[in-house]
Design a protein around this ligand. Structure first.
Ligand SMILES: Cc1cc2nc3c(=O)[nH]c(=O)nc-3n(C[C@H](O)[C@H](O)[C@H](O)COP(=O)(O)O)c2cc1C
Ligand SMILES: CCCCCCC(=O)C(=O)O
Length: 379
């Protein structure tokens, strides 16, 4: 039987746990663990999903829900899907076609894609594959400001329409599972493309990455995170690009207020899927106070723990204008490449659509109402 025939015989996967299990079967122990795990004791990883169970939707019926609109508006753009694909690095570890397979799936469904700095393919290759699909670029501000500016210029040239600066990584989280496995994907060759192709990065090296790959990776690891980064550097970055800047990793309402003071265009309420500060507040629990602090002045995006349609709707009703998903699409990729990602996206879109119908809402925007959710402690 041909590969295509085998693929077409796979039964559809609806449950997140099944998706995770199928992905696990396809991956080495180290790669699966890298994707699935969180930092430390994984308190925050677990809290992210638990938080959704503490909020209950309160539907109102006898509304006309015969047509339902899933589109959202963020930063002056209308997107057909209320979720975006979160930046996830090293996707070549999950599937040989990595980010390109994800980009093809995103293009088919017109789901916006946020490309990671540490992608396996270059930001230009991802952009070419995405065609006219909306795309944002996630930036790790490195220790070398010239390299950071070079990434910005390349992203602008490749048609990315926003820059997502991840602020929750002054250092990589203490990831006990990866440390135990001694697994670091960039050392396996999965997240270096943007660096190795970059003239500024190449200039920092004594010999080219082609001549001494190990030394080039050491340099990448050494400079990727900048623990000295402060709000003042943000003012510099603001001057460097005309693109909207979105800060990813906001959990404290004070950071949301500072973001606005520094001219930032949006925030992502996120704890990096429980991979950074273990013991950090669940993303969903942080959302209401951030929304109160922002008070509609800039868009709020949300991620960490979204697994199904009602999760999307709960986050939107607590103040998000859009959400991002991480692990679900990565498992789809691992399990069945582009088709696996397409399957995950189709099922999530269908679940959101059904959630609207069964909640008496004709649009996702109508879900942005605090009275639509109730915390268990108030019931
Ligand atoms: C394997 C993996 C790699 C990630 N790489 C990045 C990255 O390169 N940049 C970034 O800002 N966030 C990264 N994240 C975090 C995601 O953008 C997102 O915040 C998180 O996955 C959301 O949680 P969820 O997986 O529960 O949906 C990564 C997450 C995973 C699972
Ligand atoms: C030096 C490269 C580190 C990449 C970290 C990618 C990431 O954010 C993750 O959560 O994993």
């Amino acid at each position: 039987m041909s590969d295509e025939a085998v693929k077409s015989k796979l039964s559809p996967i609806y449950r997140y746990k099944d998706l995770e299990r199928h992905a696990q079967k396809k991956l080495s122990h180290e790669v699966f663990t890298y994707i699935q795990s969180g930092s430390g004791h994984e308190e925050t990883l677990r809290a992210n999903e638990e938080a959704f169970k503490k909020w209950k939707l309160v539907p109102e019926f006898l509304q006309d829900v015969s047509t339902r609109d899933l589109s959202i508006s963020v930063l002056g753009q209308t997107y057909p899907s209320p979720f975006l694909l979160a930046p996830v690095g090293h996707l070549g570890a999950a599937h040989p076609e990595g980010e390109l397979a994800v980009a093809r799936a995103a293009r088919g469904k017109q789901v916006p894609y946020v490309a990671s700095t540490v992608s396996t393919y270059t930001l230009e290759e991802i952009a070419d594959t995405l065609g006219d699909t909306p795309r944002w670029f996630q930036l790790y501000c490195s220790k070398d400001p010239e390299l950071t500016v070079s990434f910005l210029r390349r992203a602008e040239k490749a048609g990315y329409s926003a820059i997502v600066i991840t602020i929750d990584t002054p250092a990589l989280g203490f990831r006990e599972a990866d440390l135990t496995n001694q697994f670091f994907p960039v050392r396996e060759g999965y997240g270096s493309a943007n660096y190795f192709q970059d003239p500024v990065f190449r200039n920092r090296l004594d010999v080219t990455p082609e001549q001494n790959r190990a030394a080039a990776i050491d340099e990448l690891v050494n400079i990727t995170f900048q623990p000295k980064l402060t709000w003042k550097d943000l003012a510099f970055l603001r001057e460097q690009t005309h693109l909207p800047i979105i800060l990813k990793g906001v959990l404290h309402p004070n950071d949301a207020k500072r973001a606005i003071d520094y001219g930032v265009d949006g925030v992502v309420v996120s704890n990096h899927g429980g991979r950074q500060l273990d013991g950090a507040i669940a993303s969903l629990d942080a959302l209401p106070k951030v929304a109160e602090a922002v008070n509609g002045r800039i868009p709020i995006l949300f991620d960490s723990g979204i697994r199904r349609g009602p999760d999307v709707v709960k986050a939107m009703s607590l103040g998000a204008d859009a959400v991002l998903i991480g692990r679900p699409y990565v498992y789809g990729l691992a399990y069945n490449g582009q088709a696996g990602v397409e399957e995950v996206l189709s099922h999530l879109l269908a679940d959101i659509d059904t959630t609207l119908a069964t909640a008496g809402k004709s649009s996702i925007r109508a879900c942005q109402a605090p009275e639509f959710v109730q915390h268990l402690s108030n019931s």
